[in-house]
Write a protein that binds this ligand. Structure first.
Ligand SMILES: [Zn+2]
Length: 350
């Protein structure tokens, strides 16, 4: 009889039978591992496993619930397996899950990046038998320039804008990118006005012990404080944030900025910089190769990336764009063709 799969799919999403936990499931009975507190990874499950920081951020978004909070690199017994959290470098508290059982080692990356993040210990590529990895930027279009170069371009844009007597508006997601941006802005010496909901999440970072360096300062947005300051807001603030702030110039921070269509996608912005909290294409490929995994499942992205890994001789399959949403949990984007995966699916479907 074949051993049980290291990871399977239930109606609720990805499930680890040996540990009896779901991975980033939107809802599920029992326990869900929450890799980080972005809203598409939060859960309504009664019990969560995550870092202390993710538990606090998750409580702010989805109310507090029973939480097993783990430090990085501290194995925790869970059913017939142990779960160990590894830094994912994506947001404050973000973690990969490394789950060991008698049948092998599984790693679930959640969202991650291998580049520096001032709010995370460095993320490393874990070794495992089965790897479930995100592939948001799994196309050769998405090769990000070095962070130093991108930050230099951001600072140049801000300096030019302030020199014109105008207001620079930096658009970044409220959790993760927003705090990374604020960290670099205050460290560079800018005084920043932060819009909600980013400001509330910055407060929570400070409460958790993760502050923002000087010599610059930050405070909540007030329009009468504008002269000489940088505004930090979310892309969803409004279609054209400059409409509210006269003589503003806008820069958006997003990995999608590498797309040749970015100038049309972000036509309201004066500049789009591919500053991202995800791994870029080269780091995704490096992760797949250096993990040593005999089976790789990709999620949160295009099936094209798994096809690329197969072209390199790796055993890879795309599972679903959103495996943590019940409506996507039972879907597969292509036929299962690898013997190992076929064995796993026959068990999953039983
Ligand atoms: Zn995320």
């Amino acid at each position: 009889m074949a051993p049980p799969p290291l990871v399977a799919r239930s109606h609720h999403g990805l499930h680890v039978p040996a540990a009896n936990i779901h991975l980033d499931a939107r809802s599920a009975p029992g326990t869900v591992f929450v890799s980080h507190a972005h809203s598409d990874h939060c859960t309504w499950a009664p019990r969560i496993i995550c870092t202390r920081e993710t538990a606090a951020l998750h409580a702010k978004r989805k109310r507090a619930r029973e939480a097993v909070t783990l430090d990085f690199h501290a194995p925790f017994r869970c059913g017939d397996a142990t779960i160990e959290l590894l830094p994912a470098g994506h947001t404050l508290g973000s973690a990969m899950a490394l789950i060991r059982s008698a049948d092998g080692t599984l790693v679930y990356t959640g969202d991650y990046k291998l580049r520096d993040n001032p709010f995370s210990p460095p993320a490393a590529i874990p070794r495992c038998d089965v790897l479930v990895m995100e592939c948001t930027f799994g196309s050769p279009l998405y090769r990000f320039p070095p962070d130093e170069e991108l930050l230099a371009r951001l600072f140049r844009f801000i300096d030019e804008t302030l020199a014109m007597g105008r207001t620079p508006i930096v658009l970044a997601y409220s959790l993760g990118k927003g705090q990374e941006a604020l960290y670099h802005l205050t460290r560079r010496g800018y005084d920043v006005l932060v819009k909600e909901p980013t400001a509330g999440l910055c407060d929570l970072h400070v409460e958790l012990g993760y502050g923002f360096p000087g010599p610059g300062t930050w405070e909540r947005f007030e329009s009468d404080l504008l002269p000489g300051r940088v505004v930090l807001a979310t892309p969803g603030w409004k279609k054209d944030p400059a409409a509210d702030i006269p003589r503003a110039r806008t820069v958006q921070l997003t990995g999608w900025g590498c797309n040749p269509r970015a100038r049309y996608m972000y036509g309201h912005c004066d500049l789009v910089l591919p500053i991202s909290d995800h791994a870029d294409f080269d780091d995704l490929v490096r992760t797949a190769v250096e993990s040593g995994a005999s089976t790789i499942y990709t999620v949160h992205g295009s099936p094209v990336f798994a096809a690329h890994l197969r072209s390199m001789g790796l055993n890879a399959e795309h599972l679903a764009a959103h495996p943590n949403k019940p409506e996507d949990a039972g879907r597969t984007s292509r036929p299962v063709t690898t013997p190992l995966a076929a064995a796993q699916y026959s068990l999953e479907l039983a």
